[in-house]
Design a protein around this ligand. Structure first.
Ligand SMILES: *Cc1c(COP(=O)(O)O)cnc(C)c1O
Ligand code: SF4
Length: 356
């Protein structure tokens, strides 16, 4: 069941130069012009009809969505391209796999107000938009009932009251969906309200938009970011070095110039980044873009994503090896989210000691 809130009606335009990232289009038109049809995705990336039944079946469960700017970084004719694997629906998504459920994080139990998730000390997560610029096949929110949680303006007042009343809160986290799908007018209003809550010190955004559509980082966005007294952290979600092209680097530069600290979280994904070379190259490339690796998540067991799973012991071995080939500041923390825990839980290596 698709529960996303945004439903733009869109025709697919595959222009002669369909590989262009359309640099002279606004981010809004790039967003609404995102490719949303499984057949069009296959032709855009040069894959044949054999992929269509699977792509259609997966699309039924969770719709395809890929903007041109992201598509342009996918190598054509390669079904194993690490960016394509993140967005191409497969028939296996419709299989039921034991242990893979629709709400793996049990977030439905932690919503004191619409659009609010308060699970961890001193920080609260707000769903600033139910929609995303891209639909990632591994997404742990692929079954999240967004229409129940993405708040209206009236509901925001209740959410803001909740934040005002809890002086233990230091950090407000805007998440989603993708919070940057919201308009700058709305974000500017919201951040202004947060700014006025004296106990808040930090504003954090979790977003994939500056990567997926780098033109999202425009003057209007930089304006409200520059205006707030809150310290700003943006956690980008990048899983592979190939996602970081020159446009992404420029967007990151602009964010840093208004004082944003840039971090990254990745998900360890079978067939995308489940090897040392990919993980090492990702950390190096992140740093070139001025972004520090923060978390490497193991997959949440969400129904439809089992084919991305990397078992814990393999994840631990990869992480141990990664530690040996990177400076400490480029090593992300290997974590999982355990429902009911007070923080992300480190994935621990259980070393069976072989040495005496
Ligand atoms: C991940 C998460 C946070 C932030 O956790 P950090 O460890 O500070 O990055 C906050 N709230 C919720 C509900 C989360 O899932
Ligand atoms: S951008 Fe994030 S929330 Fe949206 S589909 Fe991708 S992983 Fe899920």
């Amino acid at each position: 069941m698709i529960t996303r809130t945004m439903q733009p009606v869109q025709t697919i335009s595959l222009s002669a130069d369909g590989n262009d990232s359309a640099p002279d289009q606004s981010w809004q038109s790039q967003l609404s012009g995102a490719l949303r049809d499984p057949g069009a995705l296959l032709s855009a990336v040069g894959l044949d009809e054999r992929w269509l039944p699977g792509a259609r079946a997966g699309h039924q469960a969770f719709e395809v969505r890929v903007p041109q700017a992201y598509l342009s970084r996918i190598k054509k004719g390669d079904p194993n391209d690490p960016l394509l694997r993140q967005v191409l629906p497969l028939g296996s998504e419709t299989q039921t796999v034991a242990g893979y459920v629709t709400d793996p994080l049990e977030e439905a139990d932690h919503t004191p107000a619409a659009g609010l998730i308060h699970k961890y000390a001193a920080r609260v997560l707000m769903i600033a938009s139910g929609a995303c610029a891209i639909n990632c096949r591994y997404c742990f929110r692929r079954h999240f009932p967004y229409e129940d949680h993405a708040a209206s303006r009236a509901q925001w007042h209740k959410t803001l009251d909740y934040l005002r009343d809890d002086a233990s809160l230091i950090e407000a986290i805007l998440s989603g969906g993708d919070p940057l799908v919201s308009s700058d007018a709305r974000l500017s209003w919201l951040v202004g309200e947060l700014d006025g809550i004296p106990h808040l010190k930090r504003l954090r955004l979790h977003t994939r938009l500056p990567v997926v559509i780098p033109d999202r980082v425009d003057d209007a966005m930089l304006e409200w970011l520059a205006a707030t007294r809150l310290q700003k952290v943006i956690v980008l979600h990048i899983n592979h070095a190939n996602e970081i092209d020159d446009n992404v680097i420029r967007a990151c530069d602009r964010l840093k110039r208004v004082g944003v600290t840039l971090l990254n979280q990745s998900v360890l994904l079978r067939g995308v980044n489940d090897n040392i070379e990919a993980l090492r190259a990702l950390s190096e490339r992140l740093f070139e873009a001025g972004i520090l690796p923060y978390y490497l998540h193991v997959l949440d067991p969400v129904a439809g994503a089992a084919h991305f799973d990397v078992p814990d012991d393999e994840a631990q071995r990869l992480h141990d090896t990664l530690r040996d080939c990177l400076p400490g500041f480029l090593l992300p923390r290997l974590v999982r989210e355990v429902p009911g825990e007070k923080a992300k839980t480190p994935v621990q290596a259980h070393h069976t000691s072989s040495a005496p």
